[in-house]
Design a protein around this ligand. Structure first.
Ligand code: IPM
Ligand code: MN
Length: 386
């Protein structure tokens, strides 16, 4: 019997309440799969920072990150609180985890489940079934750049990744003087190849026939020029799977007009951020949008599973939020751990409850609570076991 040690971080806003429901369903999944969870809760979030860490640039300390890395996975609620600087909870927690553990895949599936209505007219369950894969380690997310006022700037900047180290020395002379800002985007051969390959492998595993690679190589010719070249190379190893290029702006239009076209999408970091929210909207909203920040090599870095919704502070403590994104993030965690059957049953139980229609949270027109939804799905999951 497998035992998995999981770090639980509820975080801020609705995070702790939706995570509680996610854990409830994962406990039911453990019974179904015959596995054991070893949960360990961590207090990282706004309250903890305000009480013990105020003034520090990150939410956790380095040794605490290292400890998180010892678990088999991190099951994460959400962070974001108006009392804490955004940079602490974003660059100092979320982005830090992605880079520190080299979680280079951001898997954000968007599937229209039974019992959920799409805002797009006439879509039936599973008409929309997209594996959105966002590159999670570089592009315009590396945080390098400068802002200055005047006509001169000189910066030396370091980029440290597991795959490489790079140093930038940027001198700017500008006429006439004024406020000036620039930001660097990086695309490398190795980081592109690994995420593109993951996309093709996932297509193969899920028996899909097309991988759409998003870019904007017509304008950002350097970074995305390299990106599409790597896509062409990787695609050669997968003769049965079509390579489909899509320019980022047109992709937003096609996601609305003909989402059925998309099977696996691989997008650079920034476009992937935008497109994953859009894709989520087509399948019922952020309450249905799970995400995995994944390092496929479990020994090389721990992976983190979260709803992509954010902390929704105005619903905090009301037991009102839809926990399904968190529950489906648990499904992704099960898949990552190799517990595919349990993962499937979690989705099936969720769909059964949604289709039955008795338990519905406010975002889908009901009055059920967050915990009603968790209870119903956990109970259904246990029935499916029998
Ligand atoms: C997401 C979020 C983050 C991102 C923010 C909070 C840093 O929008 O996970 O999609 O931009 O990646
Ligand atoms: Mn986002």
């Amino acid at each position: 019997m497998s035992t998995y040690s999981i770090a639980l971080i509820g975080g801020d806003g609705i995070g702790p309440e939706i995570l509680r429901e996610g854990k409830k369903v994962m406990d039911a999944a453990a019974e179904v799969a015959g596995i054991t969870w070893q949960w360990k809760e961590y207090p990282y979030g706004a309250e903890h920072w305000l009480k013990y860490r105020k003034g520090e640039p990150t939410l956790m300390r380095e040794e605490e990150m290292a400890e998180l890395g010892k678990h088999d996975a991190i099951y994460f609620g959400s962070v974001g609180d108006p009392r804490v600087p955004e940079s602490v909870e974003q660059a100092g927690a979320l982005l830090w985890m992605r880079f520190y553990f080299d979680q280079y895949i951001n898997l954000r599936p968007a599937k229209l489940l039974r019992g959920v209505e799409s805002p797009l007219k006439g879509k039936k369950p599973h008409d929309i079934n997209i594996y959105m894969i966002r590159e999670n380690s570089e592009d315009f997310y590396i945080g390098l750049g400068a802002r200055f006022t005047g006509n001169k700037s000189s910066e030396t900047m370091e980029l440290k990744r597991k795959l490489y180290k790079a140093r930038f020395k940027v001198d700017v002379d500008v006429e006439p003087a004024g406020d000036f800002a620039y930001q660097i985007g990086v695309v490398t051969e190795k980081a592109s190849e690994r995420v593109l390959r993951y996309g093709f492998e996932l297509a193969k595993k899920k028996k899909m026939t097309r991988v759409t690679v998003v870019h904007k190589a017509n304008v950002l010719t350097k970074v995305y020029g390299l990106w599409i070249e790597k896509a062409e190379q990787v695609a050669k190893d997968y003769p049965g799977i079509g390579l489909d290029f899509a320019i980022a702006d047109a992709t937003t239009m096609w996601l609305v007009r003909r989402p059925e076209h998309f099977q696996v999408i691989v997008a650079p970091n920034l476009f992937g951020d935008i497109l994953s929210d859009l894709a989520a909207a087509t399948v019922g909203g952020l309450g249905f949008a799970p995400g995995g920040n994944i390092n496929p090599d479990r020994k090389a870095g721990v992976s983190m599973f979260e709803p992509i919704s954010g902390s929704a502070p105005k619903y905090k403590g009301l037991n009102k939020a839809n926990p399904i994104a968190q529950i489906l993030a648990g499904k992704l965690m099960l898949e990552h751990l190799g517990e595919d059957r349990a993962a499937e049953l979690v989705e099936q139980a969720t769909e059964d409850i949604l289709e039955a229609g008795k338990v519905r949270t406010f975002d889908i027109g009901g009055t059920s609570t967050c915990s009603d939804m968790g209870d119903a799905i956990a109970e259904r999951l246990l029935q499916l076991k029998r």
